[in-house]
Design a protein around this ligand. Structure first.
Ligand code: PMT
Length: 308
């Protein structure tokens, strides 16, 4: 099937997106606000998509991602003055809460006779910082959080955001850190009910998901600055795969990372070459140097366009 037809078929056969009109409205309003203020905006995608195996889903295939990359990057984009649409997988790490314990509510709070509950002294600094930073971003309309779970939801919402980004044109950046499945069960060939185990082993054929970055670059948001990610577990093929992605999908930069070292090191591949960014004393999160570097590249991109 031709690439364009495969993309159309994917969306035509996808289940209806719940709250589609409300999501469109919220996203468009957010873009309009930042268009009026002429501010830069990053759409940061985060977490991994699920692929349901049944319509009334009991079982699913998951893509690995804790959401740490997306959450940390969102904080640094906000610090750099960007507005952020944070498209995140439900239940994954959130901006300003990266160091929170798993049962944050129960660990950070304690009963108090006067207030009912209060923050335990040992957590009070971190909790106050997180609450203040989050509150500031929300009241200044700097962040819009949009959750997804399935591959269908992720791609439908990404298309809505990308299509609405035309207002900001080159001021918009797509930072596609979510781990997106390459395989799925098409909705029309999926059974309604839980797959029964009585029949013994299970053989399933998965269809391939069309690569949406290409469509995003060429059709949905052709003027935006676009950064994709390349994740591999084999270091020896990583950089070549990132270079291939750069030329194949026409993105402006590819961030290459290897699963076990992803927290400490990334390599940004652009048409000008490769730059290694590592965690250091000055850059306690690798995302700090990464976002700083990409914001610089975005500035160069904006300046270049103005010369024409
Ligand atoms: O969340 P953490 O635990 O902190 O981990 C961060 C991370 C490792 C998940 C992140 O840094 C990362 O590498 N994310 C991209 C993972 C991924 O999907 O890699 P890929 O090589 O399978 O895909 C490459 C690119 O193609 C991605 O930008 C993806 O958005 C895009 N894609 C993938 C499938 C598809 N059908 N269409 C796409 O456009």
């Amino acid at each position: 099937m031709a690439a364009g037809c495969a993309v159309e078929a994917f969306f035509e056969t996808a289940p209806i997106l719940k709250d589609e009109d409300a999501i469109k409205q919220t996203v468009e309003t957010f873009f309009h606000q930042h268009y009026v203020q002429h501010s830069r905006l990053a759409c940061v995608t985060s977490g991994g998509t699920t692929v349901p195996l049944e319509r009334r889903c009991v079982r699913f295939i998951d893509n690995f991602s804790s959401g740490n990359r997306g959450a940390a990057s969102t904080e640094y984009f906000l610090k750099a003055g960007y507005a952020v649409i944070f498209l995140y997988r439900r239940g994954t790490v959130q901006p300003f809460c990266r160091s929170a314990p798993e049962d944050a509510l129960l660990t950070c709070l304690e009963p108090d006779d006067y207030l009912g509950v209060k923050v335990r002294r040992v957590f009070s600094f971190d909790v106050e910082q997180a609450v203040r930073s989050n509150h500031e971003a929300l009241v200044q309309h700097k962040i819009l959080k949009v959750p997804y779970t399935t591959l269908f939801e992720y791609l439908q919402i990404l298309r809505i955001i990308a299509s609405a980004s035309f207002r900001l044109q080159r001021l918009a950046m797509f930072y596609l850190a979510a781990a997106v499945s390459d395989f799925y069960v098409p909705w029309e060939s999926m059974g309604e009910h839980k797959i029964q185990s009585a029949g013994g082993s299970l053989a399933m054929q998965l269809a391939s998901v069309p690569k949406m970055i290409k469509v995003l670059r060429e059709i949905w948001a052709p003027l935006a600055f676009c950064v994709s990610f390349k994740l591999e577990t084999d270091q020896t093929i990583l950089i070549q795969k990132a270079k291939d992605a750069l030329s194949k999908y026409g993105v402006h930069a590819v961030v290459a990372n290897e699963l076990s070292t992803r927290r400490n090191k990334v390599t940004v591949v652009t048409h000008e070459g490769e730059v290694v960014i590592e965690k250091t004393e000055q850059h306690p999160d690798v995302e700090m140097g990464l976002v700083e570097y990409l914001c610089g590249k975005h500035t160069e991109f904006l300046n270049k366009q103005e010369e024409y």
